[in-house]
Design a protein around this ligand. Structure first.
Ligand SMILES: Nc1ncnc2c1ncn2[C@@H]1O[C@H](COP(=O)(O)OP(=O)(O)OP(=O)(O)O)[C@@H](O)[C@H]1O
Ligand SMILES: Nc1ncnc2c1ncn2[C@@H]1O[C@H](COP(=O)(O)OP(=O)(O)OP(=O)(O)O)[C@@H](O)[C@H]1O
Ligand SMILES: [Mg+2]
Ligand SMILES: [Mg+2]
Lengths: 256, 256
C-alpha cells in the first residue's frame, strides 16, 4: 500500500526539492518503487532529471485538469524503481496557473488514487507557498516531511506553517501525520546553526529526525548533472545522509 | 518623486527579504526616506525589525482591503528615515489569504499612490511565487531588483521568471524596468558559484550589478537581532556590500 509523503514548507529555499529527489532515489536504490510528483510550477523535479519542456508529454497539469489517464503523465528515469510526474504548468503561463490554482482542493488526491498501490512511496515536492497547490498535496498525503534550514527566518516561519497543517488535518485529512522534521544545510561549525538547532529540537520535541543533511556541494550539483547525488557521487556526504534518512524512515515503520 | 522597487523572484530562499531590509537600511543611512512594504505572508520584514503580531495595528492586509488610511499601516523603526508596512496576513489564516489573493491586481498601486511622494524609495519584499501578491507588487512598481542565488535551481528558474515579468510589463505596467540582477550568497571559493555566475552574466549581459553580496553570517543574524546588519555590525562584509549596492543604484540614476 503506497504511502504519499509531501515535502512541504512555505519558507523558500530550505531543501524541499533536494529532499524529494535524493530521498526518492535512496528509497529506489533499496528496492522500493517510488513516484515523485512535482506540484511546484518552478519545475525542480524536471531540472533534477534533465527533463526539458520538450521531453514532457503530460504532467501535473493533466493531473489537475484530469484530461488524460494519470499513467500518461508518468515518466521513467534512468534509475530503476524511480518514476516522476514533472510539473508542466510553467509559472509564466498565467492561464494554466489559474486553471490549477482554482481546481478543487482534493483534485490531486483523486488523480493519484488509481496508482497509489503501484508504488511504495509517492513523494510530492511542494512550492514555497500555502496556496491551492500545497493544499492539494497535503489533502492527498498520508504524511509530511518538513525540511528546516537552520536559520532564523526559517525558524520564525515554522509556527505559522504548523498552524496551517493542523487546519488541513482537522478540516480535510484527519489521517495526515508528520513523518518528521528534517534539518537541512547543516554546518556544525556555525554557532548560528547550532543555536537554531537547539531551538528547533526544543520546540518540536522528538519530531526531528536523528539524521540531518549537511551542507554539501554535491547536492547543489544535482540539477547540473540531471541526476540525484547517489548516482553521480554515491560516496558524498550528501548522498549518504539521504540514504541514512531513508533507512531511518523505514525503521520508523517497523517499530510502529 | 518616490521610486517603487520590487525585490522579486519566484525561487525561494535567494535573499529577497535580506535584500529589501539591508538595501532599505543602506539608503536610509545615506539620508534617503525609505518605506519597506512586506507583500509576503511569511512576514520577513516584521521578523527583521523585531515586530511581533501584537505590535502591528495595521499592515498589508489593510492596504489590500482598503479598510484604513495607508498612513495607519506605517510603522516607524529605530532607524531614522526608515519606515515599514509589515505583512499582517498570516499565512495560516486562510480567510485573510483568500481575501488578498482575490483583490484586484492594481490594488497595491492604488493604496501606495497617496504616499509615494513622501518617500525617496518604497521597496516591496515579494513572496516566492507568481501569484496575485507578486502581480500586485510588480504592477505598483517602477522597477525590479531580482536577487539570484548562484546555484543551478535558481539559474533554471530564471528564464520563466523573466517571461512573466515581461508579460506584466506588456499587459499592465509599460514603464516597469529592471533596476538590475543581484548576485547573492556568493562564495568565490566555490567552483559551482563561479560557473553559475559566468552563465548568469552571459545570459543577462550588462544587467547584473557590479556589486555582489558575499555569503556572510551577519546577514543571517538580522532576524535574531531584529535589526539590519548595518546597525549591529556596520563593518561586516554583508553590511558593506549592501551599502555599495545602494551607492551603485544611486550612481545609475545620476548617469541616466
Ligand atoms: N544540503 C545541501 N547542501 C548544499 N546545497 C543544498 C543543500 N540542500 C539544498 N541545497 C541547495 O540550496 C538551494 C535550495 O534548495 P532547494 O531548491 O532544494 O530548496 P526548496 O525548498 O525546494 O526551494 P523552493 O522554496 O524554491 O522550492 C538549491 O540551490 C540547492 O541546490
Ligand atoms: N548573503 C547572505 N549570507 C548569508 N546568509 C544569507 C545571505 N542572504 C540571505 N541569507 C540567509 O539565507 C536565507 C534565505 O534568505 P531570505 O530569507 O532573505 O531569502 P528570500 O528569497 O526572502 O526567501 P523566501 O523565498 O522564503 O522569501 C535566510 O536564512 C537568510 O538569513
Ligand atoms: Mg523546490
Ligand atoms: Mg523572503
Amino acid at each position: 500500500m503506497g504511502e504519499v509523503i509531501s515535502i512541504a514548507s512555505q519558507k523558500g529555499g530550505v531543501g524541499k526539492t533536494t529532499t524529494a529527489v535524493n530521498l526518492g532515489a535512496s528509497f529506489a536504490s533499496m528496492g522500493h518503487k517510488v513516484l515523485l510528483v512535482d506540484v511546484d510550477p518552478q519545475g525542480g523535479i524536471a531540472a533534477s532529471f534533465g527533463l526539458s519542456r520538450y521531453d514532457i508529454k503530460a504532467g501535473t497539469l493533466e493531473l489537475f485538469t484530469q484530461s488524460v489517464d494519470v499513467r500518461e503523465a508518468i515518466h521513467e528515469t534512468e534509475i530503476e524503481n524511480l518514476d516522476v510526474i514533472p510539473c508542466n504548468v510553467w509559472s509564466d503561463e498565467e492561464e494554466k496557473r489559474r486553471l490549477i490554482g482554482s481546481a478543487a482542493e482534493s483534485r490531486l488526491k483523486g488523480a493519484l488514487k488509481s496508482i497509489k498501490n503501484a508504488y511504495d512511496f509517492i513523494i510530492t515536492d511542494c512550492p514555497p507557498s500555502l496556496g491551492n497547490l500545497t493544499y492539494n498535496a497535503l489533502i492527498a498525503s498520508d504524511s509530511i516531511i518538513v525540511p528546516i534550514q537552520c536559520e532564523y527566518y526559517a525558524l520564525k516561519a515554522l509556527g505559522r506553517f504548523l498552524k496551517m497543517t493542523r487546519a488541513v488535518k482537522e478540516e480535510h485529512n484527519p489521517l495526515l501525520r508528520y513523518r518528521g522534521f528534517l534539518l537541512t544545510m547543516v554546518d556544525m561549525r556555525s554557532n548560528l546553526t547550532k543555536r537554531v538547532i537547539e531551538k528547533v529540537k526544543y520546540t518540536l520535541k522528538g519530531m526531528v529526525f536523528d539524521t540531518y543533511i549537511p551542507r554539501n556541494v554535491r547536492l547543489a550539483e544535482v540539477p547540473y548533472y540531471g541526476q540525484p547525488a547517489l548516482v553521480f557521487d554515491p560516496r558524498s556526504k550528501g548522498a549518504k545522509a539521504y540514504l541514512e534518512l531513508a533507512k531511518e524512515i523505514l525503521v520508523q515503520d517497523s517499530q510502529l
